[in-house]
Design a protein around this ligand. Structure first.
Ligand code: SF4
Ligand code: ZN
Ligand code: ZN
Length: 308
């Protein structure tokens, strides 16, 4: 029997290649919860009186994040926790995910709020996709979905009086986004995309990412070991070609050189710090159509909706 290198008592079932640790189930689970707590503390993500809205899609990352935050909240009942979900209107996919998310919230005793593209914009994502395919637009369903969901989450969080939105981006997501921003030379995004937003902007509920230092496969393993139900089927519109290629490339590097993902993550932190001081702070206006914060006169979401 190979013993756990942390407790030295139980049988190890998982080798953490980047650190060399061999972990038993208990120590593995505790290490994930400990990592999330450490990430929250390191970036000062949450204050004791925060009203935290966790963006729950029903996938493995968001259901695990809600589970861990609910556990932390039970141990230290300081902040209040809510779950928010956006129904994009993807038939046969999001409906199942929402049912899973609602059941998960019920079992954790967390109040769940849902909004939808249809309710906010008048169209489901399926409607939008039909229209853009008909018009021959070069934009992908994900480009619409990302922008519209971001605004929907902000609106719902503001409506319920949340002071933070916690999203379930994991370390792999962060590394991919950083590399994509490098590929596109988008230094403004590099400076603004990170574990937490420390600048307070009127009308924008600050976002935090408590899983941003946890590997995707370890989040999946956590969900599996805890018996958390989540939606496994991929979205029918998934397939942002470049992100997929970046993901595969980084996975290959990690396989050959364990620890590469953490190295890229730390490198992103350094570069973000350097770029932040040099990037101008752009004041936000109120969108002339919907009143949401925007860098232009009309927000990206209204722009997209007007042109479908
Ligand atoms: Fe939206 Fe694209 Fe994600 Fe599907 S894969 S939910 S279309 S962002
Ligand atoms: Zn152990
Ligand atoms: Zn707008």
């Amino acid at each position: 029997m190979i013993k756990c290198t942390v407790c030295g008592l139980r049988e190890a079932f998982y080798v953490r290649r980047y650190s060399g640790e061999k972990l038993c189930v208990k120590c593995f689970l505790e290490s994930i919860e400990g990592r999330v707590k450490a990430t929250i503390a390191k970036y000062n993500m949450l204050r004791f009186n925060d009203r935290i809205a966790v963006a729950v899609s029903g996938g493995k990352d968001s259901t695990s994040l809600l589970y861990i935050l609910a556990k932390i909240e039970r141990d230290f009942p300081m902040a209040s926790l809510y779950a928010i979900t956006v129904d994009e209107g993807i038939m046969g996919y999001r409906d199942e995910a929402i049912e899973i998310a609602s059941e998960h919230c019920r079992s954790l005793g967390v109040k769940h709020f849902v909004t939808s593209f249809k309710e906010l914009y008048g169209y489901t994502l399926d409607d939008i996709v039909k229209r853009i395919r008909f018009s021959g637009s070069r934009l992908t369903p994900c480009s619409y979905c990302g922008v519209l969901r971001r605004k929907a989450l902000n609106m719902l969080a503001a409506k319920i009086g949340a002071t933070k939105i916690a999203t379930a981006h994991n370390l792999d997501d962060e590394v991919q986004t950083f590399l994509l921003n490098i590929i596109h030379g988008d230094f403004l995004r590099i400076s603004r995309t990170g574990p937490s937003f420390d600048e307070e902007e009127p009308g924008l509920v600050p976002r935090v990412k408590p899983l941003c230092e946890t590997l995707e496969k370890e989040v999946a393993l956590y969900a599996y070991l805890k018996g958390i139900r989540f939606q496994e089927n991929p979205c029918p519109y998934a397939g942002e070609a470049l992100r997929n290629d970046v993901r595969n490339m980084v996975n290959r590097l990690e396989e050959k050189h364990p620890g590469t993902k953490y190295k890229i993550y730390r490198s992103a932190e350094k570069i973000r710090g350097a770029v932040k001081d040099k990037s101008p702070r752009i004041p936000l206006n109120q969108c002339k159509i919907c009143g949401e914060p925007t860098v232009s006169d009309i927000c990206q979401a209204c722009n997209l909706i007007q042109n479908i």
